[in-house]
Design a protein around this ligand. Structure first.
Ligand code: GTP
Length: 582
């Protein structure tokens, strides 16, 4: 296939707006899959993806389509729908020249529709709006057209109205792909040194393949061919790359006879959420280790550091792109590797700016990133602490606006924008501290809006934050595994919650136990577990000696699973209950 007859495109959509169903119809119509077989959602391959109905890893399908007597090769590059995977989305989009933006005719534009549109827009792709589910009884495609015009500035006559379920107007979608998306693998390039012109032989540092340059030009904003591209220019290059995966973002291309060191490229995915992971039973450590290794080969966006906890044993500190990513990883471990694990409450990567040259030399960095609360540097060493922030987009029916705003305020969010996208739907933009949304923000938002509000976010860097390290004490002894980093304003409520949870899960002992949350030497919350005399031999009436021995042995075995803090015995279960998510 020549470049002119090739199109590379993706489908982007909010969750459940019908991306996979549309992909299935396109594959059927082009004869790529057999209609008679029940090939529902062929692109979604992983079990988690099928179960959760979400897409995690990108897949590609090649479709052959005849139009006006010409045969076209249409490469459909699948993209994950969820915000956690926006890195995968951008990577998939970098291989495309256009996208189908699918919007549900009933629900209209949702938060991920906006986020995905802007990823495509920033990548300068042609966007074809597709309004899906027009067969639904309460479908209102006219309203959705207006929203698309208002929010994305795309004229409403460019919208294609379809029902992916019934197969209505699918052919029109394929025609639009051919007509509105520019052809072929066109690599956007920035020239760092020298000149490149048509006919030059170039090598990709990534694929190691040699290509002949067919065309070079500048983006104006559409492709405008030029004779040459010079150092300092940004433009495009067509070089007979057959497969879009050959045009990798961040790759270095160099002239055939002048090899160079590849430039630092390939922006790697940045984990936003960290959690400890431990085998439920330490004897499972090696099995779990090999499962984690296998899974991370497939998913390089998970970062892995070995870690250990006095209570939970040997394990790892894992970094994920977001909470859903963490859940998906956990679910895959359980389903595909039969592993059962303890995941601790997630934390975000905080930073501390060191205050003296001596410390900077010691840490070899000016700013240190703290992914484990135990490594939180003392205030005396630091000029300021920083916390990661995100820009969140919420779209909600206006009757819930008040409640949504209250929720955002309670999460220390700052409003940046508010706009009606139609008569009764509001789009709100807030700057959130990331740690305020990692645990249960999404669930709270859904429940207060009866499921109608949608949420998406993008990375917005770091902001100064008054962070403190909170210790948990049992009768004055520090419990290392429960050290937490919290914002000063939240310390009291978080401390109280941990003390209460610990009180509920600590068995009574022979003496009273004071559970305290403290910042430095200041106690900010306290609970008490009353004393209780547990006499395992009480039932034996001094009689049967073997029975007595058995009971004593059993109690000794039980103790192995305990950790001693001072003279207090804390069962592993108690830690799990306090540390675990939820
Ligand atoms: P993610 O992979 O999570 O992004 O979801 P998706 O966008 O791929 O959505 P999917 O295709 O799985 O469709 C979601 C639901 O909408 C499914 O129950 C589909 O059967 C249904 N659906 C898709 N298209 C149509 C349509 O045209 N009409 C109706 N009535 N339902 C549809």
């Amino acid at each position: 296939f020549s470049v002119e007859n090739t199109r590379n495109f993706s489908i982007i959509a909010h969750v459940d707006h019908g991306k996979s169903t549309l992909a299935d119809r396109l594959l059927e119509l082009t004869g790529t899959i057999d209609k008679t077989k029940n090939n529902k959602q062929v692109l979604d391959k992983l079990q988690v993806e099928r179960e959760r109905g979400i897409t995690v890893k990108a897949q590609t399908a090649s479709l052959f389509y005849n139009c006006d007597g010409k045969q076209y090769l249409l490469n459909l590059i699948d993209t994950p729908g969820h915000v956690d995977f926006s890195y995968e989305v951008s990577r998939s989009l970098s291989a495309c020249q256009g996208v189908l933006l699918v919007v549900d005719a009933n629900e209209g534009i949702q938060a991920q529709t906006v986020a995905n549109f802007f990823l495509a827009f920033e990548a300068q792709l042609s966007v074809i709006p597709v309004i899906n589910k027009i067969d639904l009884k309460n479908a209102d495609p006219a309203r959705v057209e207006k929203q698309i015009e208002k929010v994305f500035d795309i004229p409403s006559d460019e919208c294609i109205k379809i029902s992916a379920k019934l197969g209505t107007n699918i052919e029109r979608v394929l025609q639009a792909v051919i007509e509105r998306i520019p052809p072929g693998v066109i690599a956007n390039v920035a020239l760092f040194d020298g000149v490149v012109s048509k006919g030059d032989k170039i090598i990709s540092a990534y694929t190691k393949k040699t290509y002949e340059v067919n065309e070079v030009g500048v983006l104006n904003p559409n492709e405008q061919p030029t004779h040459k591209l010079y150092a300092g220019q940004v433009g495009y290059l067509i070089a007979g790359m057959k497969d879009v995966t050959e045009a990798q973002i961040g790759d270095t291309l160099y002239l055939h006879k002048q090899p160079v060191e590849p430039l630092p490229g390939f922006k790697s995915a940045k984990p936003m959420v960290f959690a400890g992971m431990y085998p439920i039973d330490q004897s499972e450590y090696n099995n779990l280790k090999s499962a984690v290794e296998k899974l991370t080969i497939n998913d390089s966006s998970v970062t892995v550091h070995r870690d250990s906890s006095l209570a939970l044993g040997a394990g790892w500190r894992l970094g994920f792109l977001g909470l859903l990513h963490m859940e998906v990883f956990n679910q895959r471990l359980e389903q595909e590797y039969n592993a059962s694990v303890i995941l601790t409450t997630p934390t975000v990567p905080y930073k501390a700016v060191l205050s003296s040259a001596k410390l900077i030399k010691e840490y070899r960095e000016k700013e240190i990133t703290i992914i484990n609360p135990a490594q939180f540097p003392d205030k005396s060493k630091v000029t300021e602490y920083l916390e990661p922030v995100i820009l969140g987009t919420i779209i909600t029916p206006d009757e819930y606006t008040g409640k949504v705003m209250m929720l955002c305020q309670a999460r220390r969010a700052v409003q940046k924008n508010m706009m009606y996208i139609d008569q009764n739907r509001v789009m709100l933009k807030y700057l959130f501290p990331l740690n305020e949304i990692v645990v249960d923000f999404y669930d709270s938002l859904k429940s207060l809006s009866s499921g109608y509000a949608s949420f998406d976010y993008e990375d917005a860097g770091y902001q100064t934050a008054e962070l403190v390290k909170m210790d948990i004490l049992l009768n004055g002894n520090h419990v290392e595994e429960l050290v937490t980093i919290v914002h000063k304003d939240k310390a009291h409520s978080v401390g109280k919650a941990i003390c209460e949870r610990l009180k509920d899960s600590l068995p009574r002992q022979l003496f009273e136990i004071a559970i305290q949350a403290a910042i430095g030497s200041k106690i900010i919350a306290r609970e008490t577990v009353k004393a209780y005399r547990k006499n395992v031999l009480a039932k034996c009436y001094g009689g049967d000696i073997t029975r007595k021995m058995k009971l004593l042995k059993r109690q000794a075995e039980g103790k192995k699973k305990l950790r001693k803090i001072g003279n207090i015995e804390v069962p592993k279960d108690a830690f799990i209950k306090v540390l675990r998510t939820q």
